[in-house]
Design a protein around this ligand. Sequence first.
Ligand SMILES: Nc1ncnc2c1ncn2[C@@H]1O[C@H](COP(=O)(O)OP(=O)(O)OP(=O)(O)O)[C@@H](O)[C@H]1O
Length: 385
Amino acid sequence: MDSVQSKRLLDDYGVPYSLNSGSIPNEKNNRFIKSPTEKYTKNITKLEVKEKDQKNDNEKIYVCVRKRPLNSNEIKREDKNAVYIKENKTVIVHEQKLKLDLTKYINYHSFTFDYAFDSDASNKDVYDQTGASLIEHVFNGGTATYFCYGQTGSGKTYTMMNPEQGLFILAAKDIFSLLQKEKYSFISVYISFYEIYQGQLYDLLNNKKKVYAREDNNQQVCIQGLSEYECFSENELMSIFINGKNSRVTSTTGSNPDSSRSHGIFQVVLKDKSKKNLPIYGKFVFIDLAGSERGADRDDTDKQTILEGQEINKSLLALKECIRAIDQESKHTPFRQSKLTQVLKDSFIGNSKTCMITTISPSSMNIDHTLNTLRYAHRYSISTK
Ligand SMILES: Nc1ncnc2c1ncn2[C@@H]1O[C@H](COP(=O)(O)OP(=O)(O)OP(=O)(O)O)[C@@H](O)[C@H]1O
């Protein structure tokens, strides 16, 4: 009985919750929020495309957080869980600090997003909550973009490009299922897959041939020379995807033995086959960003790996600059600062909808990274409101 009680009253650091009177300061506006735990609620995707709906159209960018479970290394090291999800929206980070007299105390940080997934959420749960409005948008002729941002090893590839239940395959299932309907019989599906590595674009479906991002007369970005495959089923899409995935640049980092060192971009394009030249009808873009990291956290002595890390961070910084410009409604958004932002331009302007999934580790040993990631994503979140 005692141990049950102490579990309820103490957090992972042994600090009584009662010291905070059940309230936690919110980082953004210093409001105090209550911290009740609410069960994750599912929102099942319906395979019906509604006509354009004004309310949904206003929400161009949806920002979520996904906390992964502690992994076996972290469990072995006895890392503690330092991240809590409340009410499916708020992420609370417990940062352990030491006073000058060496007594421990906890700094509580709280961030609110459009949605926050706890470590028990599956990819299907994430998709059910976020995918329906993106599918709807694509079938109404728009561009939808899903991307994952987060520290290396936090679960970006697992979420986006896991061949079993990654968001891309869950979306593909829905796309091919909708295409069975008579009213979409004029649509055909084409896929392409490329990576951005060290500022260059490589076609993953064509022996990693170098390709180039260009803007056409309408300032639309197109990738010149990128191969496209017409696809008739989800299984076909999967086998083409696997071919491309195996060509991606990965290496071992401190926190991930199979770390993506490039940004991977998988595109599913719906074309109107009833018209000449098959104009694009709608587009779904899945982006698995390379992991954000700090050079100081890694022991790399290999020049190539150091250069990779610098390039990754440079492009993520460029992404942040673009977000800031959009946030401040600047006349000029510096999309040309990196290849990543150049090819993502369509995801931010025009008839576009974007869902950013911020992946975080729960471990007490990754607090700095987690806070950086959440601050980055939170900035993003408020920039869209
Ligand atoms: N939500 C999750 N549930 C279970 N396992 C997970 C989850 N997220 C990630 N993992 C596991 O954690 C490990 C690292 O995940 P992943 O490769 O997706 O990280 P990443 O963020 O893409 O890293 P990098 O930026 O280095 O490529 C993998 O073994 C993956 O299976």
